[in-house]
Design a protein around this ligand. Structure first.
Ligand SMILES: *[C@@H]1O[C@H](CO)[C@@H](O)[C@H](O)[C@H]1NC(C)=O
Ligand SMILES: *[C@@H]1O[C@H](CO)[C@@H](O)[C@H](O)[C@H]1NC(C)=O
Ligand SMILES: *[C@@H]1O[C@H](CO)[C@@H](O)[C@H](O)[C@H]1NC(C)=O
Ligand SMILES: *[C@@H]1O[C@H](CO)[C@@H](O)[C@H](O)[C@H]1NC(C)=O
Ligand SMILES: [Zn+2]
Ligand SMILES: [Zn+2]
Length: 453
């Protein structure tokens, strides 16, 4: 049976509703459902401690790099990284949401986007310390599972393959959340794994080691031995009947807003994708940051069967470059996951309308969408995400426009994504390896993705 299940292709094409209203399989009968688990995902805080309301708009924040922040308000500006008030208001709102989360994942990037000369190793450590302590003040009882971002190093992106001041500082700062075994690999290579609850292991990868600008790893086929460690960790998890959440800063796959560019170096992308396919039976979900935008991917096997659900969470920082046509409103999210098989069930996405918050001088964080409701899905398992991605191409379906509005965290609904923009987006959702992605963007187009079924 093909990935879309019971319905032949002509039914899907003629009756788009069928796609989204598929009946739940019998094993999901409600009386077997345990309480769902919940966790927060925050990412890309990028604190700019220089942010202040100045008469000269070019002096509001170092992160605007001299560009005038003419709409600056107390919660920030779209040309600046986060003022402390924005981050505090986000954490305060999160701490008031019920039902409570079981834990928090935090996928990195604490320092601001400023030239290397404005920072130093000790300033970067200070910023990671500030964010770690601010988080702990707001959530004294919640475990936090962090991952390092490309800005969490000085100079940025240059993560080494062995122990150094930053990995050591992270291990000290995160000792209240992590056990000794996790701290020891964190100190050596910037990665670790730990059980979040019985049967559920968080694997926090240092994907900066695979990131293009990292010169320290340029000639290395297995920087810091992370691949060897990852496969051993996934083998052990399989043997111990655990499920795994993969968390990391830089995602796998292709950048959705560009053409033919992988987020990490292409050979590393191929290698990670093949490891993640091999171990998809033990991986319950992938959670990344770094792009600052809200997107998803579904990992398919070479026959088009959906294997894994992959989520990229939007940033807290609203920053964009001067010439970028759009940015993202500040955002964080809660995931709901199945209480016994740990598969992803839903996202509650929250955002701050930054323009409105500055006008009213009040931060009213609101729920932007609930994923299953927004798209008529029954859960966020790989099969459901594949259905959603295929619906983007159906005539008269509005799901892609909604997806793209979410991509910008409701920054501006008058900006549309069609033709080449849409092709890049949809190919990036469905195709993570070079061969499949190239076929999707080149000539064949996504329509032919149906041929994969
Ligand atoms: C973090 O930095 C902000 C802005 O500079 C400062 O106001 C705050 O006191 C610092 N907090 C901690 C815990 O270091
Ligand atoms: C990688 O190899 C190139 C070419 O041989 C060399 O110039 C460069 O210094 C090497 N980089 C590292 C980090 O070893
Ligand atoms: C895997 O399990 C073995 C046996 O318990 C242990 O010695 C090893 O350290 C584990 N490897 C990893 C990467 O956790
Ligand atoms: C955000 O607030 C501005 C100013 O009040 C408003 O024009 C805009 O429509 C709002 N955006 C959303 C997505 O609600
Ligand atoms: Zn970032
Ligand atoms: Zn980043």
């Amino acid at each position: 049976m093909g990935p879309v299940g019971l319905f032949p292709l002509w039914v899907l094409l003629s009756y788009p509703d069928v796609l989204l209203a598929a009946p739940a399989p019998p094993e999901d009968a409600p009386h077997h459902l345990p309480e769902p688990g919940r966790f927060w995902h925050i990412t890309d805080l990028h604190l700019d401690a220089t942010y202040h309301l100045a008469d000269d708009p070019t002096k509001v924040c170092f992160s605007s790099k001299g560009a005038p922040a003419i709409k600056a308000g107390i919660y920030g500006d779209f040309l600046c990284d986060s003022p402390y008030s924005l981050i505090q208001s986000a954490f305060t709102h999160m701490s008031q949401v019920t039902p409570r989360a079981d834990f928090i994942i935090w996928t990195g990037d604490s320092p601001p986007h400023v030239p290397a000369g404005e920072l130093s190793t000790s300033m970067v450590i200070q910023l990671i310390r500030n964010m770690s302590e601010t988080l702990r003040d707001h959530f004294p009882r919640l475990p936090v599972f962090p991952a390092l971002g490309n800005h969490d190093y000085w100079p940025q992106d240059q993560m080494p393959t062995s122990t150094n001041a930053i990995y050591q500082a992270a291990a000290k700062l995160w000792a209240p959340w992590l056990q000794d075994q996790a701290l020891s690999t964190l100190r050596e290579g910037g990665f670790y794994s730990q059980l979040a609850r019985p049967g559920l292991r968080v694997v926090s990868l240092n994907t900066i080691l695979y990131y293009g600008p990292d010169k320290a790893t340029a000639n290395d086929t297995d920087p810091a031995g992370q691949y060897r460690w990852l496969e051993a960790t996934l083998d052990n998890a399989t043997q111990n009947l655990e499920k795994v959440f993969i968390i990391a800063h830089v995602p796998i796959g292709y950048l959705p807003f560009a053409r033919d560019i992988t987020a990490i170096r292409q050979p590393h992308n191929e290698r990670l994708v093949s490891i993640f396919r091999k171990y998809s039976h033990v991986i319950a979900g992938h959670f990344y940051g770094h792009t600052h935008r809200d997107s998803l991917m579904v990992l398919l096997d070479p026959d088009g069967e959906p294997l894994s659900s992959i989520f990229v969470s939007p940033a807290v920082t609203p920053i964009k470059r001067v010439l970028e046509p759009y940015s993202n409103n500040p955002a964080f999210r809660m995931y709901l996951y199945h209480g016994s098989d740990f598969t992803p069930l839903d996202i509650w996405q929250y955002y701050l309308n930054l323009t409105e918050a500055n006008q009213r001088q009040r931060a009213d964080w609101r729920r932007e969408y609930v994923m299953t409701e927004a798209f008529g899905l029954k859960d966020l398992r790989p099969q459901s995400l594949l259905r959603l991605a295929l619906s983007f191409q159906l005539p008269r379906a509005n799901s892609f426009d909604k997806y793209f509005s979410h991509f910008m965290v409701s920054y501006d609904d008058s900006i549309h994504c069609a033709k080449d923009c849409k092709l890049s987006q949809v190919c990036a959702v469905l195709h993570l390896d070079h061969e499949a992605y190239s076929q999707c963007v080149g000539g064949r187009g996504v329509q032919d993705s149906f041929a994969l079924l």
